[in-house]
Design a protein around this ligand. Structure first.
Ligand code: UD1
Length: 439
């Protein structure tokens, strides 16, 4: 039985969604997953940094709060962050903030490199899996940091860091934020560091470009072998955040699921190869122009087999949204989740909408019926919420999506963007007794 303490009276928003056809063009925001580690990297300098094209999201606001606790003065206006240093600095990132967003754990590397000590709360597990941080700790230890885990905190000291050869391959391949953490520590570490099995995600490339603008000496970003020559200090800089490839992929999925031609603006098609390939296999016609506008023209959806993998493979962050599309085919598809084998919370919700998806370990078999039916469904995490919004727009009848606070963590004004495209989606306040779990 779940005890009373699990329940909190919360005022939460819900979406009411009806079957929609979309039309027109949508502008993609800056990437959340690029912005968060770059914000953490500003801890590597006391000089001013100006970061533009930052999406206004709950996760960004959480990172602002964490940096403020750690001694930064931040102004956030019109998607631009102005980050300066206060005289009083801390090295403690508390549980209250870190537990709400795992990306805040990537303050550990910069704190150790710049302030020589760090006390960062362990983020804990979340709905999409256990999500350990062993690779982060291993990598930083190999640079010479002394790290212990005590009472839920990762406590580190780094009086003398020394460049080293760090291997970051894990059971599930490379790790994005472990690569970010070790890279950020290495740039201020004496000597040369090689990171082998580094994550190749565009967000790591963006972080490296930011560090280079600060004065870091790095090569090999975007490949599994990153080389760093440590420097003594780093300065401030100005930087523009890259477009959010996951938001772009989400709108491609929305176009496919609702059978609506869409133009996606301000995205980088080079970051979307696996997603465009998957969409083409599903029957969509996708073209670009010289301004990098992406034109998506869906046709009758075909079933496909998808496997999520680290970049440049198909992203786990789009698995749920594309599962929704596969529900609308007439045939059998298989999804293999190789990054987070437990990331299938949306399966039960899609089944409430008329599907009978079979999940077995990291596999889900989707027998598309060509139709979904509106229902009351619950958002379990950020990307699952997006999948259910798309499902709601594709489904016959009315869908009520509860707990949409998850979606506010990672999509900037999603319902406004969708409404401008013609979606029938409204946000309503919901006063309800719900389980209070933080993911
Ligand atoms: C980042 C993204 C997240 C995305 C994920 C995978 C940000 C802010 N978040 O998260 O949206 O879903 O990449 O593309 O950028 N692992 C270990 N040990 C570790 C670290 C990770 O075993 O120390 C495992 C994880 O459990 C997972 C796999 O490695 O199975 C990949 O995770 P990772 O790349 O680290 O994800 P994040 O960087 O946390």
């Amino acid at each position: 039985m779940i005890g009373e303490s699990f329940y909190n009276l919360k005022i939460m928003d819900k979406f009411i969604i009806h079957k929609s056809r979309l039309k027109g063009s949508v502008k993609i925001s800056g990437s959340k997953n690029a912005a968060l580690p770059i914000m953490a990297a500003t801890l590597l300098t006391d000089e001013k940094c100006v970061v533009s094209n930052v999406p206004d999201l709950m996760d960004i606001r959480t990172m602002i709060d964490i940096l403020a606790v750690l001694g930064k003065k931040i102004t956030f206006q019109d998607n631009v962050l102005y980050i300066e240093s206060k005289r009083k600095k801390s090295y403690v990132a508390p549980y209250k903030l870190v537990s709400t967003m795992r990306a805040s754990f990537c303050c550990l590397g910069p704190l150790l490199a710049k302030r020589k000590r760090a006390k960062v709360s362990l983020p804990g597990g979340c709905i999409i899996g256990v999500r350990p941080v062993d690779l982060h700790i291993k990598g930083l230890k190999e640079l010479g940091a002394k790290i212990i885990v005590d009472k839920g905190y990762c406590i580190g000291e780094a009086k003398k860091l020394q460049g080293s050869h760090v291997y970051l391959g894990g059971v599930f391949g490379s790790s994005v934020l472990a690569t970010a953490n070790v890279l950020m520590a290495a740039v201020l570490t004496k000597g040369e560091t090689t990171i082998e099995y580094a994550a190749c995600e565009p967000e790591i490339e963006a972080l490296t470009l930011f560090l280079k603008k600060m004065g870091a000496v790095v090569s090999g970003e975007g490949t599994p072998l990153i080389k760093v020559r440590g420097v003594q200090s780093l300065g401030g800089c100005e930087f523009k955040i890259i477009p959010d490839r996951i938001e772009a992929g989400t709108f491609i999925a929305a176009s496919l699921a609702t059978d609506s031609p869409l133009t996606i603006k301000s995205a980088n098609p080079l970051h979307l190869t696996s997603i465009i390939e998957a969409s083409r296999m599903m029957g969509a016609n996708i073209t670009f122009d010289e301004k990098k506008n992406i034109f998506v023209k869906p046709k009758t959806l075909k079933p496909v087999n998808l496997t999520t993998l680290p970049y440049p493979g198909f992203p786990t962050d789009l698995q749920a949204q594309f599962m929704t599309c596969l529900c609308l085919t007439k045939g059998i598809s298989l999804i293999t989740e190789k990054v987070y084998p437990d990331r299938f919370m949306h399966v039960a919700e899609l089944n409430r909408m008329g599907m009978s998806i079979q999940r077995n370990g990291p596999y889900s078999i989707i027998e598309g019926k060509g139709k979904l039916f509106g229902a009351e469904v619950m958002a379990s995490d950020l990307r699952a919420s997006a999948a259910l919004v798309i499902a709601g727009m594709a489904a016959e009848g009315k869908t009520e999506l509860l707990r949409v606070y998850h979606i506010d963590r990672g999509y900037e004004r999603i319902e406004d963007k969708l409404r401008k495209l013609g979606a029938k989606i409204t946000r309503e306040k919901q006063r309800k007794q719900t389980k209070d779990r933080r993911f």
